[in-house]
Design a protein around this ligand. Structure first.
Ligand code: AMP
Length: 608
């Protein structure tokens, strides 16, 4: 028997939802349906989208209303046209085995006369966005005097969008005795206030923690100069070859500009914003869901409620004004128990906003460095290598061509062959990034420590030449992140974590800064140290301490002379580095997108 029966839902509804694949109630449905079915409580449900909240209120409404009469008994208010249509459609689906259930969607940007006609014909459930609803009320085209239930869905978003007054006016036309059910992904004070205003001792249900967002999301920010923003963004994308992301902009124009520039640069990207017709939006969303699009460039409103699994990254190309919007944005990733990264690309002046969002979320953000051109090339190279290694070979299809292929390659050694294969994509990146400049924005000396987080010393010597930059031959390919490396350094050399300055984890090596006075101790600590059977090497980096002395001179320098070494075991050899200089702006980006997420070796946490 379908467990919805035990929750008190009648057979014809259960049959309909069974056909939709609802075999078990979601947690919010399990907990809210019995409460709402009593019809006697106000209710506050703190739940993200994608938790099944539409059915959580939709099914009780279908149980509680009288469908033998044709006047409005329930009003569902929601922030966007998309959501309005989605809720209407869902309720219609749940009730498709019932008789005379009339649901109307009332939203802006579509013919009002159609909506008025439907209302006139008689409806029991009105699902509406506030602006159009108020318009219809002002025309005296609807009578809400018999409304028994009002649902405020995504209440936080409605307030963010400035619907407070409209909601007040709409609700003033409904009876005082009605019950109000409020759903919200977050609970800012404004939502608390409306809960207080419209409700009487509501039953409260929290799914997940308040306002903290999803624990599986890592939050990172990058500081760049305004003029380098797009280049920095592309570099981040290139550094994450399997990215499947949503990029948030503040305006429609910005989404379009970025999508166009990305397309021109050879990426799979398109924009989603309010000026598109419904048909155009559906088309974009279908391509994104099918993964023909790698990057969806969207405004907050257009991306509201996007319910796509496996989004690996949310990129805040422009920061939102409200913490709540940031929560909504970042909540597009790390769905269904997966992990995800929310990245913000900011200029130095916006650091205060990051701190504000951190406080709102109760979570610390990680300051990350825009990867160097070299890092990107390295990452891409290994992405290609992994892809070649993991590719599914269709033996049947390829068999007929094998003799010709073998003939073609017969003069090449295995090593030559592998080198050529891996170079196909890699060369493009090498070419594009060979003169790539450092895109990390310089901060004034005093603020550099702030961006390094709490590890940086704040004493007298901070920011002067009392620090030495050290090189270590371990990096992200050894599965170190900055925290891991800090722990490893402190463990090995017995120095306090608080004295360690900036840590910059690269692919096969890293840099870290320690007080001059600790250099010997660190070198001594690593003497004869081994990591996975391989000697660990620490060297004083030629450029490090002078870089600190240069005051406002800025972020990390790429290696000018470069290192010349071999990584034992891995067999990667690096010769020289790339020199800074102007980048050729027209080169293309990474086109190849398998659609499958690979665990990037360089980004996973490691254990000692
Ligand atoms: P919502 O949070 O209401 O937008 O629901 C998110 C998605 O989950 C929608 O596609 C629903 O159709 C689906 N869904 C809701 N409840 C259930 C359930 N009990 N079992 C399976 N799918 C569900």
């Amino acid at each position: 028997m379908n467990p919805f029966i035990n929750l008190g839902i009648r057979h014809d509804i259960v049959n309909a939802i069974s056909e939709l694949g609802f075999e078990n109630p979601t947690p919010i449905q399990e907990q809210s349906i019995p409460v709402l079915l009593t019809g006697s409580n106000d209710f506050v449900g703190l739940a993200q989208t994608g938790t099944g909240k539409t059915a959580a209120f939709g099914l009780p409404l279908l149980e509680l209303l009288d469908f033998e009469v044709n006047y409005p008994q329930a009003l569902v208010l929601c922030p966007t046209r998309e959501l309005c249509l989605q809720i209407t459609n869902d309720i219609k689906n749940y009730s498709k085995k019932m008789n005379n259930v009339n649901v109307v969607a009332v939203y802006g940007g579509a013919s009002i006369s159609d909506q008025l006609r439907q209302i006139k014909r008689g409806v029991q459930i009105v699902v509406a966005t506030p602006g159009r609803m108020l318009d219809i009320i002002n025309r005296k085209a609807i009578d809400f005097s018999q409304v028994r239930f009002v649902v405020l869905d995504e209440a936080d978003e409605m307030l963010n969008m400035g619907f407070q007054e409209d909601i007040d006016s709409i609700l003033s036309t409904t009876p005082d005795e009605k019950k109000t059910w409020l759903f919200s992904a977050t609970m800012p004070t404004e939502v608390r206030r409306i809960a207080k205003k419209y409700m009487n001792e509501p039953f409260e249900l929290t799914m997940g923690t308040k306002n903290t967002g999803n624990a599986n999301i890592e939050h990172e920010y990058y500081i760049v100069r305004a003029r380098d923003k797009y280049a920095a963004f592309k570099r981040i994308v290139d550094f994450n070859p399997d990215i499947f992301g949503i990029v948030f902009c503040r305006t429609k124009i910005e989404t379009q500009d970025i999508a166009e520039a990305l397309l021109k640069d050879g990426y799979n990207a398109d924009s989603l914003h309010g000026d598109l017709s419904q048909q155009q939006r559906d088309k974009v969303m279908k391509r994104y869901r099918d993964r023909s699009l790698q990057l969806l460039i969207a405004t907050d409103v257009a991306a509201r409620g996007i319910d796509v699994n496996d989004v690996t990254h949310v990129i805040n190309y422009s920061l939102p004004d409200e913490v709540e919007n940031y929560t909504h944005r970042s909540g597009r990733t790390a769905r269904a128990g997966k992990t995800g990264v929310s990245i913000s690309i900011i200029n130095a002046k916006e650091l205060g906003k990051i701190r504000q969002i951190e406080r709102g979320l109760g979570k610390k953000f990680v300051k990350a460095e825009i990867p160097t051109g070299f890092d990107v090339c390295e990452k891409q190279l290994f992405s290609i290598v992994h892809k070649i290694h993991d590719v599914q070979v269709n033996e049947q299809q390829i068999e007929q061509y094998l003799p010709r292929i073998m003939e073609e390659f017969k003069d090449l050694t295995k090593e030559d062959f592998i080198k050529r294969f891996a170079s196909i994509e890699f060369n493009r990146f090498l070419d594009y990034y060979k003169n790539a400049p450092d895109l990390n924005a310089p901060l004034e000396e005093g603020r550099r420590f702030e961006r390094d987080g709490e590890r940086a010393p704040r004493g007298e010597g901070a920011g002067k030449s009392e620090y030495t930059r050290l090189f270590i031959n371990l990096g992200s390919v050894d599965e170190f992140n900055r925290g891991d490396l800090l722990g490893y350094i402190c463990n090995q050399s017995k120095i306090s974590g608080r004295t360690v300055g900036k840590i910059d984890v690269k692919g096969v090596y890293s840099f870290f800064e320690v007080p001059n006075a600790d250099v010997e101790k660190v070198m001594g600590g690593f003497k004869e140290a081994e990591f996975k059977g391989r000697p660990v090497r620490i060297e004083i980096s030629g450029e490090g301490s002078s870089e600190r002395r240069e005051g406002g001179g800025g972020g990390y320098q790429r290696r000018e002379g470069g290192y010349n070494r071999e990584r034992s075991g891995g067999g990667e050899r690096r010769e020289g580095g790339y020199k800074g200089g102007e980048r050729n702006a027209s080169a293309g980006g990474f086109r190849d997108f398998s659609g499958k997420r690979r665990e990037d070796r360089g980004e996973r946490k490691r254990r000692f």
